[in-house]
Design a protein around this ligand. Structure first.
Ligand SMILES: Cc1ncc(COP(=O)(O)O)c(C=O)c1O
Length: 358
């Protein structure tokens, strides 16, 4: 990777050691330019037929880009607003009720736990929990689904082996996976993969994807059908859901979200995704080793882009670092501070972080 060229795409890096892509990635200049262009099209020419033609074309392109990153067929990819929306669509679209159980880890992101609370409270589904690393062994006779992270948001650990062979469908929360590390949904063996556009793909908030395995194409109910999900919206009440994952598309996206999302993915793609991902995980590994050398307790992690370490007062540590223009985060009720390391970071960012720790 030409690191200087990559870094120069991201205005924020000129001042700030930005290590918070696990929340939202740095915005590339090209995405900013694309957002301005999208608004100009609407503002100057009106949001007329031409605007909508561009919107449809942008939707196709974005779906293709997400599919490429997932190792999937675009027909199996829905355009959502977030990881959380993808999780909601899967949980609400499965035919689950009293007597059924969903298995998850207790410290999953609230983007997974929130929809599970709804499933429990509104549908009478039991929610069972087991530690992330022990999920496969916790599958019981009532388990109808495992819902968990591909990469843990709090530690950077990777989902344990054996989950895909546990004999029940698998919904992966890929918020910290897609874009960060190589993803191939077939290799993962999952049934559903929900991901964010704003984190490791550096797109706008309000973008994301949901991959639905072809074996669920006919079986996952499309909840909350809107006009974007119908094969022939003009057919009134005779309209049918689209035959592929477009039946799970969010109706939320304008050109103003799509064009920057495309520009951001293309910006990163120009440097080669395998190279971008390899560099990010290497830098993250380097940071973890440096922290350990300094006596910090680093949470058990995998070959991912997240590094969390224990701090006596995580919030205070985050604030101290922010004063030095180093952006990381802490968590409610967890002892960690987390750095999210991208290929756009460099050794100087890591040094600023380490120097700020004292
Ligand atoms: C593991 C995990 N799941 C879900 C989310 C929520 O993502 P989104 O805002 O795209 O729904 C996050 C965001 O921090 C996350 O880290």
């Amino acid at each position: 990777v030409d690191v200087a060229a990559l870094r120069s795409q991201f205005p924020v890096l000129a001042q700030i050691a930005y290590l918070n892509s696990g929340t939202a990635g740095p915005v590339p200049q090209a995405a900013l330019d694309a957002a301005v262009e999208a608004w100009q099209v609407g503002a100057r020419s009106g949001r007329s037929a031409a605007y909508y033609e561009r919107l449809v074309a942008a939707g196709c392109r974005l779906r293709e880009l997400y599919a490429g990153l997932l190792g999937a067929d675009p027909h199996d990819v829905a355009l959502t607003s977030s990881t959380s929306e993808g999780v909601v669509r899967v949980l609400a679209g499965l035919d689950l009720g009293p007597g059924d159980e969903v298995l998850t880890a207790p410290d999953e992101h609230p983007g997974v736990l929130g929809p599970l609370i709804t499933l429990r409270d509104r549908r009478g589904v039991s929610i069972a929990t087991a530690p992330f690393s022990e999920l496969a062994g916790a599958v019981g006779p009532a388990t109808k689904l495992i819902a968990c992270s591909h990469v843990s948001w709090s530690t950077g650990a990777v989902m344990p082996d054996g989950l895909a062979d546990a004999g029940v469908p698998l919904l992966l929360d890929g918020a910290q996976g897609l874009g960060a590390i190589p993803v191939d949904v077939t290799e993962l063996g999952c049934d559903f993969y929900a991901a964010s556009g704003q984190k490791w793909l550096c797109g706008p908030l309000g973008t994301g994807s949901l991959w639905v395995s072809p074996r669920w194409r006919e079986r996952l109910d499309s909840v909350g059908l809107t006009y974007v999900n119908l094969d022939d919206p003009g057919a009134g009440l005779d309209a049918a859901p689209l035959p592929d994952a477009r039946r799970h598309d969010s109706p939320a996206h304008g050109l103003e979200a799509m064009l920057p999302a495309i520009a951001a993915i293309e910006t990163l793609g120009a440097f080669g995704w395998p190279q971008v991902q390899a560099r990010a995980t290497e830098l993250a590994g380097l940071l973890a080793a440096e922290l350990e050398d300094r006596g910090r307790r680093v949470a058990p992690r995998g070959r991912t882009t997240l590094v969390s370490w224990e701090a006596d007062d995580p919030k205070a540590e985050v604030a101290r670092l922010a004063e030095r223009d180093v952006v990381v985060r802490s968590f409610p009720r967890m002892p960690y501070v987390r750095a999210a390391v991208g290929a756009w970071n460099d050794e100087s960012d890591l040094e600023r972080l380490l120097a700020g720790l004292g």
